[in-house]
Design a protein around this ligand. Structure first.
Ligand code: 13P
Ligand code: SF4
Length: 365
């Protein structure tokens, strides 16, 4: 019998134990109708229910390969948008808490990027000279902006390959919203730092002179991740002093200096794989989100590996953290009762162009 949609307030009051019971019961009722995709940063009490886990690239590929009617995305808003764009027409993408955004993605919006493009066109012929490349951590309308202008999407695991693709087409790249991923990628390709200019969207001409714009190979949007900016070179130096044989691995959203001083740099999936594949009894310092680091430390402890978080303070992705057992129980119970809540639906005028930019990425990487 179909009941009315249950309001979230009733779930907000529930103790965790009650939530877990209701999550298990709703999943049993849903069976294969629902698939749970979890990003590596997801909190442990939600991550335990994942059918599929991964970094942004892996999850965006797998979202299009599942057949479940409901794709419940335990991640952040842009990830659920990608699932919606890449899914089949009968599938529905759901984000258990609509407030789970990405603060970095919010640092670029369409109006500011369009203004940047107009300003670039006042100095050079952007349409012929610049490939727009958006990090997957961005809203769907920015992916559509790139799709429309011969541009492309990248993730932290394929940024180098994508930048190469972009440079094969045009001489410059406008990279948004993460300046750090852009800078690290450019540096790996041998681009000098003074040919990578930061574009400040709040200043006229991005705060640059026409000469600087003409000289730049890479224009880096002034955006960053608030979690990864907490990691500092001093944390690495302290670790190396204490553990001369220790190894350091960082996510490319960390600053250039942190990446430069690390032994390895890569996506969340790369970090997990590198440490799992490492020799027993190795000691690691990891510059990425705390939930991932804590989980990994537990998983490899029996091999004598020590996994240490890079910063002395707690750095969690506070928005992803919002997907808690209460929201998951509320979402799944409503779905089991036949009510779709928190559907993420990219508007029809954006989805095809955003898909084009995503498909270009998937074809290249
Ligand atoms: P990954 O693609 O490496 O999982 O990164 C996503 C992200 O948001 C990191 O902050
Ligand atoms: Fe966005 Fe940073 Fe959270 Fe990644 S860790 S989802 S970049 S806010």
């Amino acid at each position: 019998m179909q009941t009315a949609t249950v309001n979230f307030d009733k779930f907000n009051q529930l103790q965790d134990d009650a939530c877990h019971e209701r999550i298990r019961a709703a999943r049993a009722r849903l069976g294969k109708k629902a698939v749970l995709l979890c990003h590596h940063y997801q909190r442990a009490d939600v991550y335990q229910y994942a059918d599929i886990t991964g970094d942004s690239l892996k999850l965006s590929r797998l979202a299009s390969q599942t057949d479940a009617e409901y794709i419940v995305f335990c991640g952040v808003h842009f990830m659920a948008e990608v699932a919606d764009i890449m899914s089949k027409p009968h599938q529905i993408a759901i984000l258990p808490d609509l407030a789970a955004g990405c603060s970095m993605a919010d640092m670029a919006n369409l109006a500011k990027v369009e203004r940047c493009w107009r300003e670039l066109n006042s100095v050079l012929n952007a349409d012929e000279q610049v490939t727009p490349v958006t990090y997957i951590n961005s809203a769907a309308d920015l992916k559509a902006f790139c799709g429309e202008r011969g541009g492309i999407v990248c993730t932290s695991s394929n940024a180098g390959t994508i930048a190469k693709w972009a440079f094969e087409r045009r001489e410059k790249i406008l990279f948004f919203p993460d300046q750090h991923l852009g800078r690290w990628t450019g540096a790996q390709m041998g681009i000098p730092l003074d040919e990578m200019m930061v574009w400040d969207p709040d200043l006229e001409l991005g705060g640059l002179t026409p000469e600087q714009i003409r000289k730049a190979k890479l224009l880096l949007w002034k955006g960053h991740c608030s979690v990864h900016q907490m990691f500092q070179p001093a944390h690495i130096q302290k670790f190396r002093n204490q553990h001369p044989n220790g190894l350091v691995i960082a996510h490319p959203e960390c600053s250039y200096e942190v990446c430069r001083q690390s032994d390895y740099v890569g996506s969340t999936e790369h970090i997990v794989k590198t440490i799992k594949d490492a020799a027993p009894n190795t000691h690691w310092l990891v510059g990425t989100e705390l939930n991932l680091v804590n989980r990994l430390a537990e998983e490899v402890r029996h091999e004598g590996k020590v996994v240490q978080f890079m910063a002395p303070t707690v750095c969690m992705c506070s928005t992803m953290q919002r997907i808690d057992p209460q929201h998951l129980a509320w979402t799944l119970e409503n779905l089991a009762d036949g009510h779709v809540v928190n559907q993420i639906r990219v508007p029809a005028h954006e989805a095809p162009l955003a898909k084009l930019a995503l498909e270009r990425m998937l074809a290249v990487s």
